[in-house]
Design a protein around this ligand. Structure first.
Ligand SMILES: [Ca+2]
Ligand SMILES: [Ca+2]
Ligand SMILES: [Ca+2]
Length: 238
């Protein structure tokens, strides 16, 4: 069979096109939403990037920079994440998505965070493994940063049922131990920091499971009731 030069050129062109097609990869388009729209420093914000798209493949990585410094603070393979902002401000949140062939897309949005009258956080001091053993002690540190003049502050914590509580530091409050409730009679001024510390003893009989801690901060003036945010789960491993 004789193949003309013209046919050979056509075949070569077709081959090049096929290679180019196989190698081409449309980049993904990044997009995200967040809610609520007007968070304060005690609001857990949900960031949802599931409206990001890759026209010819799938998105395999979501990288988040929450403080606009260009360094990613969190990398996930799923599109939804949450964040608390400790300080008020207009935070630039950057998202970079990566598709299954390594191409990226990015988007940036501003999240306006206002300052709550009092910013409250719970921190749990757990072993490096991240879980607690039955019979061990977990230290709980609750920090209040006062941002407005406040009167009649109260804090109520609800540890898992059957866990023993040991008071460590009451931050100038009166502790009603039966309720695990702290009450302050004094007036607080902006800039004051208050720390309440207590220890929780994991029952020796506790099953391997995850236990939730709940807390509520209330104030008489301004009238306020806000859930304690921050660390809220203790994983028990046997
Ligand atoms: Ca792609
Ligand atoms: Ca960052
Ligand atoms: Ca309580």
């Amino acid at each position: 069979m004789r193949v003309s030069a013209k046919t050979l050129i056509l075949l070569a062109m077709l081959g090049a096109l096929t290679v180019a097609y196989a190698q081409s990869n449309a980049p993904p388009r990044a997009d995200f939403r967040f809610s609520p729209q007007n968070p304060d420093t005690n609001t857990i914000i949900t960031f949802d990037a599931s409206s990001s798209r890759d026209p010819d493949g799938t998105i395999i990585r979501y990288e988040w920079d929450f403080n606009g410094d260009g360094r990613f603070d969190e990398t996930k393979t799923t599109p939804i994440t949450t964040r608390l902002f400790d300080r008020a401000g207009e935070w630039r949140v950057n998202l970079r998505v990566t598709d299954n062939r390594g191409a990226t897309g990015a988007i940036s949005k501003i999240v306006k965070v206002t300052e709550a009258p009092v910013t409250i956080r719970r921190a749990l001091l757990l072993p490096p493994s991240g879980s607690a053993a039955p019979g061990s002690t977990v230290r709980v540190v609750i920090t209040l940063r006062i941002n407005q003049t406040m009167n009649g502050l109260g804090l109520d914590e609800d540890p898992p049922t059957g866990w023993t509580v040991k008071e460590v530091q009451n931050g100038g409050a009166i502790l009603k131990k039966s309720e695990l409730q702290w009450l302050w009679t004094q007036r607080f001024s902006p800039g004051q920091i208050v720390a309440v510390i207590y220890d929780l003893v994991v029952p020796p009989t506790a099953p391997a499971s995850t236990f939730a801690l709940k807390g509520l901060l209330t104030s008489f003036s301004p009238r306020l009731a806000v859930a304690v945010v921050g660390d809220s789960e203790i994983r028990v491993a046997r």
